[in-house]
Design a protein around this ligand. Structure first.
Ligand code: ARG
Length: 587
């Protein structure tokens, strides 16, 4: 019988194919195979019950007919997978030791995993719009989430074979530049001189300019004039604007390189400034947009929430805004990248913006006959301090992302120092950098993204629980086993005999559920589902490791246990890499 990479999907397709041949089932039937409560089996088809209900049939009888045909079809060998009806009409599948063992042997190397996984979304063009900080402002802790969640989603999609384009949609255009340019001129700030931290200085200048224009009407007028000059291509102002963006990017890149992040494109808002006219024209021509009090807007008269809240995409002074550039961005991604899907990763305060953007695109693309990409807004909550308020530094300003990472590294350095005093200074620093950055990153990813969470140093650096240090330690321990036994990690482990102990079987079960965990994480675009899985896998590995000795004389036993260690390591390393986390050989 077939050994599928993702067993749930394999079972689902097999059951669906068999049902298709049966009179009792029509095309509305879907098997809905999911992971089962482990007391009853490994996987469970939940689809018979609702189908029977809709068609007023007896679910148990239907389930029995389906099982009989499944067995008769020979597509599932009941010696390998036990099938039974449970409750009012669920179908349970229990994997045998033999099946699990075959699975482990079929998917032996990281390469086997990668090839199988890459079938899932083969060639699908997906744009992930993430990171996206605003020019002239240092990244603060709020930017952590978009950056690390977006990167994890991008990597998971790519692992599934999608052609992913990571695009950093920088906020590099707009009214802020008028104030900033005014401040730079008034303070006679030299953009091209050597500054210790030029981005921090720009941020301070912007704040100064903002305050000035709040208090002084004449200054506000002047800032507007600077902006108009910039928009009209005035040489001096354009050169300043370019320098500001250069300084900003240099600052952002320091953090990106620390996080191992490379964008394929950085097409900021400014890139679309000559592309908005077409948007105004097409929205007007199709009647999707209209004029209201001098501005251009889209109305949603039938929408419950947006009935009284139109989507403003051109200001009354004729200027573009966040909505116009975002509309132009969707069209560009369709035409230049042929995107089949676009995923936006921002905080949850932008939910209305994206909801309105998506409805507008839907109407406009339908009217024009454009191929509409799937649009998803992956939103996330706020990082809170111990006082349950958005996390702030001691002085009450947002915590800078670079400071946060520095502190994480400093704190892990102390842990490394205590654990491994004999390592060289260089090794200690490397380990501390990896552990610190990973710990912050993982603590963010392991939270269900749609909720707020409380940031706690103690929790995220703990060696116990669902943390990066715990998982990194599991990998390092695993590596040390191969060193101790004196067998290479790439060894074929030919002598491995079939699984025996309960802890071996439980670990094999967990390992074989990796593709399913990834599937869940991707279908919901929620990296924390992968984190939970990796944590459970480490738990199963720990239990196995404590119960079953690996380095035994009987090579048939030793090799099968090493095989389990190896597969655990492949899954942990692959999973952590997908989350953007580097592993360590020693810790
Ligand atoms: N720069 C924006 C911000 O800081 C995020 C941009 C998100 N992407 C987009 N296409 N709107 O809030």
């Amino acid at each position: 019988m077939t050994i599928w990479f993702d067993i749930a999907t394999g079972l689902n397709e097999t059951v669906a194919a068999v049902a298709e041949q049966l009179e009792e089932f029509d095309e509305t039937f879907s098997p809905e195979v999911r992971q089962a409560d482990p007391r009853f089996g490994d996987y469970q088809a939940n689809g018979v019950l609702p189908y029977a209900k809709r068609n007023q049939k007896n679910p148990r009888a239907l389930a029995e007919t389906l099982i009989k045909s499944l067995v008769d079809s020979g597509k599932i060998d009941t010696a390998q997978i036990e099938i039974s009806v449970a409750g009012p009409g669920f179908i349970n599948f229990k994997l045998s030791e033999a099946f699990l063992f075959e699975w482990l042997k079929k998917f032996r190397t990281a390469d086997d995993y990668g090839k199988a996984a890459a079938q899932r979304l083969k060639g699908k063009k997906i744009v992930v719009d993430y990171g996206s900080p605003n020019s002239a402002k240092q990244m603060h802790v709020g930017h952590l989430r978009s950056t690390v969640i977006g990167e994890a989603i991008k990597r998971m999609l790519a692992y599934f074979g999608a052609e992913v384009i990571g695009d950093n949609h920088l906020g590099d255009w707009g009214t802020a530049f008028g104030k900033l340019i005014l401040a730079i001129k008034r303070k006679n700030f030299k953009l091209d001189a050597d500054h210790d931290d030029p981005l921090a200085e720009l941020e301070a200048l912007y704040k100064w300019g903002n305050k000035l224009t709040d208090e002084d009407k004449a200054a506000l007028v002047e800032a507007r004039e600077e902006l108009v000059k910039l928009q009209e291509g005035d040489e001096e102002n354009v050169a300043m604007w370019e320098a500001i963006n250069r300084i900003s990017s240099q600052g952002f890149n320091k953090i990106y390189s620390r996080l191992g992040i490379k964008f394929d494109y950085e097409l900021g808002e400014s890139f679309y400034r000559d592309k908005v006219q077409r948007i105004y024209d097409e929205l007007e021509e199709t009647g999707v947009g209209e004029e209201s009090e001098g501005a251009q807007v889209v109305f949603f008269p039938d929408h419950k929430r947006y009935k009284k809240q139109p989507f403003l995409y051109r200001k009354s002074d004729g200027a573009s805004n966040y909505a116009s550039t975002d509309l132009a961005t969707v069209l560009y991604r369709l035409e230049a990248f042929n995107a089949a899907e676009i995923i936006y990763v921002t905080d949850d305060r932008q939910r209305d913006h994206f909801a309105q953007l998506f409805i507008t695109v839907d109407r406009w693309f339908k009217a024009k006959g454009y191929k509409e990409p799937e649009l998803h807004h992956v939103y996330f909550g706020t990082i809170l301090g111990e006082d349950k308020k958005p996390i702030k530094s001691r002085s009450g300003t947002p915590v800078l992302l670079s400071d946060l990472l520095d502190e994480a590294v400093e704190r892990s350095r102390k842990v490394v120092e205590a654990k491994n005093p004999d390592l060289s200074e260089e090794e200690k620093s490397n380990i501390a950098e990896t552990v610190g950055v990973s710990a912050v990153r993982y603590a963010d990813l392991m939270q269900n993204r749609s909720t707020d969470y409380i940031f706690s140093w103690e929790k995220l650096l703990s060696m116990e629980g669902n943390t990066a240090p715990y998982l990194l330690y599991a990998v390092a321990r695993n590596k040390s086993i191969f060193r101790k036994v004196g067998v290479s990690e790439d060894s074929a482990l030919e002598k491995a005999s079939i699984l025996e102990t309960g802890t071996e079987v439980a670990l094999a079960r967990k390992i074989s559920a990796f593709p399913y965990a990834l599937e869940l994480a991707i279908s919901d675009l929620r990296p924390h589902l992968l984190c939970s899985y990796l944590f459970e896998l480490s738990g199963a590995y720990s239990s196995f490791f404590n119960a079953d000795h690996v380095n035994v004389e009987d090579l048939a036993v030793r090799d099968r246990r090493l095989l389990l260690c190896k597969q655990t390591m492949i899954v942990l390393e692959t999973g952590l890499e997908l989350l953007g986390i580097n592993t360590l050989d020693r810790m």
